[in-house]
Ligand binder design. Structure first.
Ligand SMILES: CC(C)(COP(=O)(O)OP(=O)(O)OC[C@H]1O[C@@H](n2cnc3c(N)ncnc32)[C@H](O)[C@@H]1OP(=O)(O)O)[C@@H](O)C(=O)NCCC(=O)NCCS
Length: 221
């Protein structure tokens, strides 16, 4: 029943064509190349003083269960869809989940988890290791983009993770997502590896490779 409701919600937000494409990707054939980025928390770069001025009316705080509806709404209004359960689970676990508001309006969120969700299909090759968290799922409402809302959310995420003893974050990003790559790099992340995922008839393989020419910074293990 819950699954049916999720499918109906997905179709309402993304449309039937997207559902068919997603099903083909999931069960027939998918080739995906993702970049793996790393952030050492002690190398985090927060927003500049100039950027902080543009953020003066934006309030950042830890998310609570009461915010999940607004987070889902923010995504829906902008044609994105995620399972509600991901956010509810994040609140129950040791995740760092922060939101940004402007007045009464929720305008952005960032979420870093303790582990790679098993549904991702690359939790085997991509090992987090001790002191490493996984994320970042982030979304900023289109009219607030380019104002460093994401770096401002990351200030809180990094502070909380450091207090909990974490040393770094690993995340994956589609190489075509220029805005996200630029923003991740601005806060001090570096591309360290590349992940290639092939899914055929429900079976998937995921391989890690060194991202040639982009692995500036290296690892410190
Ligand atoms: C990625 C994202 C979270 C960045 O948030 P942000 O608060 O805008 O981050 P920044 O202010 O640091 O801006 C980062 C980049 O956004 C782009 N940008 C700037 N102004 C923009 C605008 N008005 N509209 C769209 N993108 C803009 C630029 O490429 C900028 O980098 P640059 O200044 O080096 O050119 C946001 O673009 C977003 O929500 N994207 C959709 C969801 C997504 O891709 N999430 C990340 C998955 S890994």
């Amino acid at each position: 029943m819950r699954l049916l409701r999720q499918v109906a919600d997905y179709v309402r937000v993304r449309g039937l064509t997207c559902l068919v494409k997603a099903a083909v990707h999931r069960f027939v054939f998918q080739y995906q190349r993702l970049l793996v980025l790393e952030l050492w928390l002690d190398r985090f770069v927060g927003p500049s003083r100039r950027m902080c001025r543009s953020l003066s009316r934006i309030h950042i705080r830890r998310a609570t269960g009461a915010d999940v509806d607004q987070v889902m709404d923010l995504l829906r209004r902008n044609g994105y869809w995620r399972r509600r359960r991901e956010f509810e689970d994040a609140l129950g676990q040791e995740s760092s989940f922060f939101i940004a508001t402007h007045g009464a309006c929720l305008i952005a969120y960032a979420l870093v988890s303790r582990a790679i969700p098993s549904t991702c299909g690359f939790s085997k090759p991509l090992r987090l290791g001790p002191g490493c968290a996984y994320g970042v799922y982030a979304f900023v409402a289109p009219r607030y983009r380019g104002l460093a809302v994401y770096p401002a959310l990351m200030v809180e995420v990094v502070r909380e993770l450091s207090e909990r003893g974490y040393k770094r974050i690993l995340l994956v990003c589609d190489p075509r997502n220029r805005a996200a790559l630029s923003s991740h790099r601005r806060v001090g992340m570096t591309v360290v590896q590349e992940l290639r995922i092939v899914r055929v008839a429900g079976l998937s393989t995921a391989r890690l490779r060194l991202a040639v020419g982009e692995a500036a910074g290296g690892t410190r293990d």
